[in-house]
Design a protein around this ligand. Structure first.
Ligand code: FE
Ligand code: CA
Length: 515
């Protein structure tokens, strides 16, 4: 009876429309603390816009972030000057509880190839200014481009000071190769590569994540870091994901614990949702029943086509039961996939079009087939979670690169810096690969690992290695590609950055020169 009266009263008082959609809350008094504690971000630029991101979270580590469970209006504005005098676009976005009150504004109608500044507001609370940038027009004669390559930010292993330094580099964009979070719980650390125990600089909060709320809390812990926030506020990001956004070395619907695919799919979906909620990416990347449509392309005029690849979702299981192993027959499985047929065809069409001066394959796992053997081992040892475990699709891709003389592969995952060359099975060098180290994963490190000279002796294609933390800065002109390896002296304390090495590639020559 009471229920009937309540329903009638509601329908009479608010009308059917009010029942169909919950009221959107606006303005003051919604929060008992500053709601923008996770900062701002921008990404996925087009010639006339970009995505602007923030998330309302006055209490970021609490369930629900300390936000009322209702849609909330968030005002945003874009200006063409850092003084924020000339506002060129503004609007109100809805932060929805379904998406942890994150906001993804897809701004359009702006001018190409220039910086813009932006901020968000709710009531009297406003964010700091972020700086971002539109893409050049696809036919623009771009003469120079500068961008950063970063990823693998293990919160426990070190501070994110490298991101603070990266924010000061004045780049056109950042490519993030994944491992934005690490999913493990706090644990006493394994010994590092120098044999000494790795200290836990800052412990993870909470156990290993499985639910969406678990992953949200992990992202919140990471995104509270001011150095990471500074890097987001400084430039647009092209964000991808690797394994640790979900679970160490997952591929497709398989984890390393033999969890049934139908069960692992649930965990992956929870992780993907939290990834979307905390990434400055478009609504087209909201996870669907089959996953996230993550691979995409950016055209920096006629200078550079950047192909952001997905080497996890469509890959077949690692051969030889994964890990660092001698080759087993499955390494040459003709049916093995890394990109999957659809993504591979999408990439091949673009490479075959010979459109841009440079082609950049921005991806996650190493394409160089390194022999990792050390000591008394007499057979080659491979990283089965890299392209070296997938010889058939690897060879197909390298054949696509043959004759282009303009392919540069950018990679993460290894927690070491590498520069080297990629050759087909016939021995023809067709591309260059730069592997970026990590922001913090692996801890302080040192110039080279103990086994570096041995690894170099087995791998003539490898021209440079280094085991410090940091990021890459790529400066690209029509005739020359320069990659600077920016390394941190320490990450267990706030460290300094310096250039450890400079690598150059001349256009038309698939080879790397170290300087
Ligand atoms: Fe990593
Ligand atoms: Ca990884």
């Amino acid at each position: 009876m009471t229920l009937e009266i309540t329903r009638r009263t509601l329908i009479g008082g608010l009308g059917a429309a009010a029942l169909a959609a919950p009221a959107i809350l606006h303005g003051q008094m919604l929060f008992n603390a500053y709601p923008f504690r996770l900062g701002v971000a921008s990404g996925d630029p087009t010639p006339d816009g970009f995505v602007l991101w923030t998330r309302l979270a006055p209490d970021p580590l609490a369930d629900g972030g300390g936000v009322p469970m209702a849609p909330i209006g968030v005002d945003w504005a874009v200006a063409s000057d850092p003084g924020f005098k000339a506002v060129v676009q503004k609007g109100t976005a809805i932060a929805r509880p379904e998406l942890a009150h994150s906001v993804h504004v897809e701004v359009t109608g702006l001018l190409p190839d220039r910086p813009y500044w932006y901020r968000f507001m709710v009531g009297r609370d406003r964010t700091l200014l972020g700086r971002t940038r539109t893409l050049p027009l696809p036919g623009a004669n771009v003469r120079a481009l500068k961008f950063a390559v970063a990823g693998c930010q293990n919160y426990e292993d070190g501070l994110f000071t490298a991101f603070r330094h990266m924010a000061a580099e004045d780049v056109d964009f950042v490519f993030h190769y994944g491992d934005y979070i690490y999913e493990d719980r706090w644990r006493p650390k394994d010994p590092g590569h120098d044999g000494r125990p790795r200290p836990t600089v800052r412990p993870h909060i909470g156990d290993k994540p499985f639910s969406t709320d678990d992953y949200r809390r992990r992202y919140a812990q990471y995104k509270l870091d001011g150095d990471l926030q500074a890097a987001h506020a400084a430039a647009p990001w092209w964000t991808t994901f690797d394994d640790h956004e979900v679970e160490d070395n997952w591929v497709g619907l398989e984890d390393k614990y033999d969890t049934p695919a139908a069960v692992f799919r649930l965990r992956r979906a929870a992780a993907f949702q939290a990834w979307y909620e905390h990434s400055p990416v478009r609504a087209g990347m909201i996870p669907g029943p089959t996953g996230i449509a993550m691979h995409r392309r950016a055209r920096y005029g006629t200078l550079l086509d950047a192909h952001f690849l997905d080497t996890r979702q469509y890959r077949t299981n690692q051969p030889c039961d994964d890990d660092f192993k001698p080759d087993c027959p499955a390494v040459t499985d003709p049916k093995a996939q890394v990109l999957g047929t659809e993504q591979e065809a999408w990439l091949a069409r673009s490479l075959g079009g010979k459109r841009a001066r440079w082609n950049c394959l921005a991806q996650q796992v190493m394409m160089m087939r390194l022999d990792r053997r050390t000591g008394d081992t007499v057979v080659p040892i491979r990283n089965m979670d890299s392209w070296a475990g997938y010889m058939t699709p690897r060879e197909r891709l390298l054949e696509r690169c043959r004759g282009l003389g303009n392919v540069v592969v950018l990679t993460g995952d290894e927690h070491q810096n590498f520069a080297g060359e990629l050759a087909t099975a016939k021995g023809e060098t067709v591309a260059v690969e730069f592997v970026g180290t990590s922001i913090s994963a692996g801890g302080d490190g040192g110039d080279v690992r103990r086994d570096a000279a041995e690894v170099r002796s087995h791998n003539p294609q490898l021209k440079f290695s280094n085991d410090q933390r940091g990021y890459l800065i790529c400066s690209v002109t029509p005739d020359r590609w320069e990659t600077r390896f920016r390394v941190m002296d320490r990450v267990t304390v706030a460290g300094e950055v310096s250039t450890r090495a400079v690598a150059t590639v001349e256009h038309g020559v698939a080879g790397v020169v170290m300087g």
